[in-house]
Each structure stands twice: as C-alpha cells, then as structure tokens.
Design a protein around this ligand. Structure first.
Ligand SMILES: Nc1ncnc2c1ncn2[C@@H]1O[C@H](COP(=O)(O)O)[C@@H](OP(=O)(O)O)[C@H]1O
Ligand SMILES: [Mg+2]
Length: 445
C-alpha cells in the first residue's frame, strides 16, 4: 500500500501506541439526526411507547424490498418468540456501535499523545455503552428488571471518587440518547440525571446461571455483542463490528486501519466498508447482516439486511483460520503447528475478540481455534452472541472434544475441554478436532 504509506505512517504509530482493542478515545457528540422510525410491520409486538412507528412502512418499503430483505421482514415480523427482543437488541447495538465509531473517528482526526486522556475516554465509552444498552432494553421491552451480565463491577462507578467520571458518563449517555430517534427509539423525555444513570447501569449485575433470563454484554472498540440467555441457552445474539470492512481482503489488516482506509478509498457502495451488525435467533436457521447506519441516516429495520451464511469451503487447504491477536490469549505456536499438519496453508487471520465469529458467520473465514492457557476460564460474554450467530448461519461451534459450550454455569464457560473450535461446516470441524486430538499429547498446553 505505498500510496497510503505517508498517511499511515502519521496515524499508525499513534494507533499502535493507543489503539489497543480497548481504546475508545475521546467521545465527541453525534451529529444532528433526524427523527421517526419505520416499524409498522412489527410494532404490535413492540412496546410502542418507546419505539416510534410509521404506518406506511409496507407501502414505502415492501414494494421495494429485495428478496433477501423480504425474507428478513418475514423472519422478524412474525410474532415469533424473541422477535421483539432481537429487534430491540439490534437497535441497541447499532447505537453502541455508532458511539464507538464516533470515538474512533475522533482518534483518527485528533490523535492524543496523552495516554491518561485515552484511558479515561475508554472508561467513559465503556460505561456509556452499558448505560445506553441497559436503558434501551428496559425501556423498549418495558422491563424494569432487565438483568445484564457484563464484565466490569458496576459498583466502581458509584464509588465516591468517581463523581467526575459519572458526570462525564451521564453527559455522554444523554448526548447519545438524544439521537435515539435516528434508531427508531424515542429519546427520554428529559436528560437522565447521574442517579438515573447509576440506576440503569446497576442492572449490569447479573451473575448468569441456569434459570431465568439475562442479557450478556461485551463491548470494546472492535465488537459490541449482546445476547439473550434463557434457562442457560442462548436464544438471541447480536454482534456489531464497527470496523468490519465487509471486504474480505481488508480483514487481514490491523482493524484500526479500516476506518482510515475506508476514508481514503472511496467505495461505490459505502455500506460495503463501514461496519456491520449481525444477528440471529435460536432455531431460525438464519443469521442476518446489515450495515451500520451513519451520520444523518435513519435506521430502517431491516435496512439492507442480507442473510449471512458460512462459507461453503470444506477443504482445509482452501480454508482460512482465525486466531487471537494476542499470543497470550491462545497459543499461536500450537495453532501454527496444527494448521501445518492439516494443510491449512492460508495465513491466519488475527482479528480481535468476536470479530473472529463475525468473519466465520459472514463466510470470510472458515475456522476459529482458541487454546487458552490452562487455568484461564472463558467468559460467556465473550462468546454467546458469536456462537448462536455462527450456528444459525450454518456453522458448528464446540469445545475441542466436540461438546457444546455450556452457558448455564454462571459468568464463565465451565468445563471447556482444551479449547474452542468454530468452523463453517461439520467436515472442517471434524478434521480440526481429530487433528487436535492427535497432536494434543505432544503439546505443552
Ligand atoms: N489470559 C487469557 N487467556 C485466554 N484468553 C484471554 C486471556 N485474557 C483475556 N482473554 C480473552 O481473549 C479476548 C481477547 O482475545 P483477542 O486477542 O482475540 O482479542 C479477551 O476479550 P476481552 O478483552 O473482551 O476480555 C478475553 O475474552
Ligand atoms: Mg470481553
């Protein structure tokens, strides 16, 4: 990429210094947005008080829908179980991703050398996403007892030393919620006070478990994932990837570059390179992918949604495998050796967190393997949405013995044997599992 090297050399060192997966940088306000939403096909199923509707959705959109979009309407408009939850969760994740994109745009346009500024922006963005998602879920689903399993301890923010942070989070949350109509959600009547923000964040205190329902949330710069878990089973999964390039050849670049590249290389179809949200409902046999909406656009459900399907490649020689970016999180030497032994000759795709699941669900990669050091317990928030999306898109996800991942044991996946393997199809999956079995005893894992 020599053409871009001078711009990259100016921006990349900054990203490398500060652009780790958890860095959000300064949040700047979202641009003015328009109001109203398009939901009449489904509004009977929704809590109409907070989700606006236009009655002429059918006339405006149905006649123009492409076949895939029609199918999407069929899937989400039927009064099926969890349609409402899926619909609301997609909006919540869209909003969270737009906040994340905004922060990243600020990073690119106004790089800061102050790591303290950066980490405080990360913290603000993280809490703000929790608040926004909690508020949307409880308001749109009319559920005052929303329960969310997230990674941080909710009490940190109520600490008396955190009052400045709380004020900043509340400001960010209010700026973001003021744009809720852009996503088809009514904004709060008046800005939320700090105690209300604390109250909505306090719902992020679920411990998970085998019965009842709770949401699992994970957010960072590269992925925002939200899943609904009912009686230990994942029933809805939504995965937003604000940097997903939607062009396979760009995936192999460090993800922070994508947004720079998408600005440098004009696309005839902008939606092809600026992030996506993928979602699925248990048992539907389908997953859906749609672009993120951008400044001054309205979220039109199911806007440009297309069915997401895993790749049809079932030959390891042609397959691409994903693995963790950080060597500390999964043994690269073991996966390299394994890849060599099974004839996986393509370069591994190292993308952060759940972007790996997204790559498989969209057919951009075929295999994901993660072999954590012994003693590390995987968190369910880091997998739930990705697992259901891959399964509904036609793929297979298990531990290395071929057992399903168990989301009923609290905040962590207990009893995972050796590691996690996700594949586009059962043939690939069997081959990988057999190969791991054959090489495990000689490994140092
Ligand atoms: N010591 C460890 N061993 C294995 N996985 C780890 C780990 N520490 C963190 N992780 C997991 O690996 C994820 C990051 O992987 P990757 O390198 O592919 O981005 C982390 O996501 P979070 O940062 O959301 O907790 C976490 O789920
Ligand atoms: Mg995580």
């Amino acid at each position: 990429m020599p053409l871009y090297s001078s711009i990259f050399s100016a921006t990349i060192p900054h990203i490398l210094r500060h652009g780790k997966k958890t860095d959000y940088f300064t949040f700047s306000h979202l641009e003015a947005a328009t109001s109203s939403c398009f939901l009449s096909f489904n509004h009977k199923n929704l809590s109409s008080s907070h989700i606006a509707s236009v009655s002429n959705f059918e006339q405006i959109y149905s006649s123009h829908l492409m076949e895939e979009e029609r199918q999407m309407v069929d899937v989400v408009s039927q009064p099926e179980e969890y349609s409402k939850e899926l619909n609301v969760a997609v909006r919540a994740v869209q909003m969270a991703c737009s906040l994340s994109q905004k922060v990243q745009d600020t990073l690119i346009s106004k790089p800061s050398n102050n790591s303290k500024d950066c980490s405080s922006s990360v913290t603000v963005a993280g809490w703000s996403v929790k608040a926004i998602i909690s508020w949307i879920l409880s308001t749109c689903l009319r559920d005052d007892n929303i329960s969310i399993l997230a990674e941080e301890d909710v009490h940190t923010l109520s600490n008396t030393n955190s009052s400045e942070l709380l004020e900043t989070v509340a400001k960010t949350v209010n700026e973001c919620l003021a744009k809720a109509p852009q996503f088809g959600v009514e904004a709060p009547e008046s800005p939320l006070g700090t105690s209300e923000v604390l109250e909505i964040i306090s719902h992020c205190n679920s411990l998970g478990g085998p019965s009842g329902r709770f949401w699992a949330l994970n957010c960072d710069q590269y992925a925002v994932s939200l899943s609904l878990i009912k009686d230990g089973e994942v029933v809805v999964g939504v995965l937003g990837c604000p940097n997903y390039p939607m062009r396979k050849d760009w995936l192999s670049y460090q993800q922070s570059y994508h947004r720079i590249m998408s600005k440098l290389i004009p696309s005839t179809n902008r939606t092809l390179n600026e992030g996506c949200v993928i979602c699925a409902k248990k048992g539907s046999g389908k997953a859906w992918i749609q672009p993120l909406i951008h400044v001054n656009e309205k979220f039109v459900w199911p806007n440009h949604a297309k069915q997401a399907s895993v790749s049809s490649i079932d030959n390891l020689a042609l397959a691409t495998f994903c693995e963790t970016v950080e060597k500390a999180n999964s043994s690269h030497s073991f996966t390299d050796g394994l890849a060599h032994s099974v004839g996986l000759s393509n370069k591994p795709l190292r993308v952060y967190n759940m972007v790996k699941y997204a790559a498989i669900a969209c057919g951009d990669a075929e295999v994901f393997m993660k072999f954590s050091r012994s003693g590390y317990k995987e968190k369910i928030c880091d997998h739930a949405a990705g697992v259901i999306i891959i399964q509904e898109a036609g793929g297979t996800v298990t531990d290395v013995r071929g057992c399903s991942l168990d989301f009923s044991k609290g905040s962590h996946l207990e009893g995972i044997d050796r590691g996690i393997v996700a594949c586009a199809g059962s043939t690939l999956h069997e081959n990988i599992i057999d190969a791991v079995d054959a090489s495990w005893s000689s490994s140092t894992l």
